[in-house]
Design a binder for this molecule. Sequence first.
Ligand SMILES: C[S@@+](CC[C@H](N)C(=O)[O-])C[C@H]1O[C@@H](n2cnc3c(N)ncnc32)[C@H](O)[C@@H]1O
Length: 231
Amino acid sequence: MEKAAYVREMFASIAPRYDTTNRVLTGGVDELWRRRAVKELAAPAGGRVVDLCCGTGDLSFHLLRSDATLQVTGVDFCEPMLDGARRRARHEAGAQNVSFERADVMALPFEDAAFDGAIMGFSMRNVVDIVATLRETRRILRPGARFVNLDVSKAPNPVFKRAFDLYFYGLVPLVGGIVGGSMSAYRYLPNSLTNYPGAAELSERFTLAGFREARFVRLAGGAVAVHVGTA
Ligand SMILES: C[S@@+](CC[C@H](N)C(=O)[O-])C[C@H]1O[C@@H](n2cnc3c(N)ncnc32)[C@H](O)[C@@H]1O
């Protein structure tokens, strides 16, 4: 629980400038990765989709831009991040089809098989127990629905990994301090990758949690990965 409380407070401190900092840190490329994740989800028209650890709602709004008939629920346990999502909803098209709720993704307030798809962006590194979170996600999906997880990962090429590490562990805290307003938060975020499983190992955890057809796509030379599982 200590980790959960720390993560919640840390995101509360960077919430006001979270979106701007993301765009600066990735040069806007994260938008392409998000589009790819939404494409892999292939949610059915009119379906109910949950954006887990939705933050300020980036993936929720991407989902609605890809298909305005979706019914999207964003879930996060950090109120200031949810405030940002609700503020954005006032200006985004399709906002009537999105709602944001406060909850911990390890204990979701939804019935079994309630959703036709689930997505998570840049958050799995932060949860206390990955397999428990995956099991809880599978519980709320109808059989046959997909879960897509987009996050940073460990690039397999050592030269590329070295270059990425210089950026991730060096530049990210610096820029995060200047633009995002908290160097310590942007030092935590890269460090959370250190104990995070590699892409193949994470895929195995999908299977362990009961997902079928677990697979992953490496992006940005493997520095980012999109994992897909079917409930
Ligand atoms: C790096 S942000 C990602 C936000 C958004 N998904 C995106 O793609 O920009 C991580 C988010 O996960 C949330 N989070 C972390 N652990 C959580 C948990 N156990 N339950 C709910 N939200 C959680 C944080 O509050 C934060 O908003």
